[in-house]
Design a protein around this ligand. Structure first.
Ligand code: CA
Length: 236
């Protein structure tokens, strides 16, 4: 089935290049040149992924991201031009799934887009599993925390924790191999699904968010532990 990518980028030539690139890869593309129109299309056209520039006339990319995220779980890849924009994407809890920094290579960008589309396709198909099916084989328990792999669900003291797909996949990956320490690069490769392009700070930010959700005291974590100078592990 043909996937649709919505490109929200005000610079006509960049928008054209992106559209050309992804159509050549077999995707359908829709272009928007400002934030307001982009937001409108994100909701009306239900794209499979959004490429979202930060600096846009009218409504900027941060605002668009936040507003889209209120209504949809569509993967959003932010296009950032400067390091301070990257910090903002990572720090603002906007709900963006990924970002690339300009100037990016076409190869890098297509790798990111494919990785993010794969992940969302996987989730969509896995969510139809009937309740109670193979409950125990697919469940990891540690203290009051229960991770249900098949249902993409984490509960603590029987209460469902509101967790994003990325946070879930990171937790699952660590919890499936308890006490094994993974470097941030290794986590990026295994959980984010690409080898060379990621920024390891993405891992730290996701760990921080996860701890805020699952730990009693995020500053004294008992599930996801930092091994200083090495990486992270799940303490079972
Ligand atoms: Ca721009």
């Amino acid at each position: 089935m043909e996937k649709t990518i919505l490109i929200i980028e005000d610079e006509q030539n960049i928008n054209d290049i992106l559209a050309f690139t992804f159509e050549k890869e077999g995707y359908k593309t829709i272009s928007a040149f400002d934030g307001v129109k982009g937001l409108e299309l994100a909701i009306s056209e239900k794209p499979d992924l959004i490429l979202l520039d930060v600096m846009l006339p009218g409504m900027d990319g941060f605002e668009v991201c936040r507003k889209v995220r209120d209504k949809s779980d569509v993967p959003i890849v932010m296009l950032t031009a400067r390091e301070d924009e990257v910090d903002k994407v990572l720090g603002l809890e906007l709900g963006a799934d990924d970002y690339v920094t300009k100037p990016y290579s076409v190869r890098e960008l297509t790798a990111r887009v494919k990785a993010n589309l794969r992940r969302s396709a996987y989730t969509a198909s896995e969510l139809d599993i009937p309740a109670g099916a193979e409950e125990d084989a697919n469940t990891i328990r540690s203290g009051e925390l229960v991770i249900n792999i098949e249902r993409y669900e984490v509960t603590k003291n029987s209460e469902v924790i509101d967790i994003t797909l990325r946070e879930f996949e990171l937790l699952k990956f660590l919890a499936q191999q308890p006490d094994k320490i993974f470097s941030r690069e290794k986590l990026l490769e295994n959980v984010w699904g690409y080898e060379y392009y990621g920024d390891v700070r993405t891992v730290d930010v996701t760990v921080r968010r996860l701890r805020e959700k699952i730990e009693d005291d995020p500053s004294m974590p008992k599930y996801i532990i930092t091994k200083r100078g090495v990486g992270y592990y799940f303490n079972k």
